[in-house]
Design a binder for this molecule. Structure first.
Ligand code: ASP
Length: 316
């Protein structure tokens, strides 16, 4: 048994300025981040799997209205909520994903169920919901997902006829695709990502978050990665897998691979955002090319940090 373990989480990257944040709001974000981080960490501390840890951490973030996932998901063009999520473990490289689902409190739990019980990797829309019903998932009414600020963002996007990323200037008040990566005491890594996608999205738009290789990836030979940002670019850049490839084929360190992908390759494509990653030694990387990323990490060496803006982290 490997003794060390670590976990990192994110709650979305984007245009996050201190000037737009009240001390109360900042404290609220940090407190949910800390809750999620510690939910995942306590799973690892008990010797349980990294898969359990990333699921536990993401579920806390999905249950908060502050982040664009689960309860706080943004509105689609039609005024509904369509959520995407994926989860992957690095030992056998098993994964599960759902896209364009509604009414499910924790899409990440459904993604895991797809991985474990469906015989498939990726289920979408009505079919995914039918599977959820058979698996005994509860269906919540749309008002569970209603949030005043999200509603306002959707109205603004409708008025301006735009499809909005959560972190683009029109609605820079609230951010929030969520994700987690972890290494457990047994030496296995895992990653999970969950999102409501883009405000005012239509035509069944699906981003990178539920796509293994793009928004989420885990491989015990390299790293586990969860992404957030302009999904179309992350899909085209196959970002999470690209980080893994640089480590596997070019022997980059985790930090070198994350920096190359986020600060160079993604930028050249025109994409903005960030990612969190962990390698098999428990090294953690929190990389982004935006003004900020809601993020945190904790490890068995006793290190714990939470951050929002570029260049500053609270040491706990
Ligand atoms: N990557 C997500 C998507 O494109 C959005 C985000 O990370 O905020 O759906």
């Amino acid at each position: 048994m490997n003794n060390s373990f670590s976990i990192a989480i994110h709650g979305g990257a984007g245009t996050i300025h201190k000037s737009q944040m009240s001390p109360e709001k900042e404290a609220a974000y940090k407190s949910v981040l800390s809750l999620a981080l510690n939910a995942g960490y306590s799973v690892l501390e008990k010797g349980r799997s990294s898969l359990d840890a990333v699921e536990a951490a993401v579920m806390v973030l999905e249950d908060s209205h502050l982040f664009n996932a689960g309860k706080g998901s943004v509105f689609t063009h039609e005024g509904s909520h369509e959520m995407d999520a994926s989860i992957m473990e690095g030992l056998h490289r098993q994964g599960g994903a759902v896209a364009a689902i509604s009414g499910i409190q924790n899409p990440i739990a459904l993604a895991r169920r797809v991985m474990e019980k469906s015989g498939h990797v990726f289920l979408a829309g009505d079919g995914a919901l039918e599977f959820a019903k058979i698996q005994g998932f509860k269906f919540l009414k749309p008002d569970y997902f209603f949030d005043e600020l999200r509603h306002q963002q959707w109205q603004d996007a409708l008025k301006n006829d735009v499809v909005q990323l959560d972190h683009s200037p029109l609605n820079e008040k609230k951010f929030g695709t969520v994700g987690a990566v972890a290494l457990d005491a047994h030496g296995n890594i895992a990653a999970a990502t969950s999102t409501g996608g883009m405000t005012n999205k239509r035509f069944g738009r699906v981003g990178d978050s539920p796509m293994l290789g793009a928004g989420t990836y885990a491989n015990n030979n390299t790293c586990a990665v969860s992404c957030t940002g302009s999904g179309e670019f992350f899909i085209r850049g196959v970002v999470a897998y690209d980080v893994s490839c640089l480590m596997e084929y070019k022997e980059y360190s985790l930090a070198e691979a994350c920096a190359e992908v986020v600060q160079n390759r993604l930028v050249k494509l025109g994409g903005d955002g960030g990612l969190i990653a962990v390698d098999i030694k428990g090294n953690i990387c929190l990389e982004f090319n935006t003004d900020g990323m809601y993020r945190g990490m904790k490890n068995s060496k006793g290190e714990e940090v939470i951050g929002i803006y570029k260049g500053s982290m609270d040491v706990r």
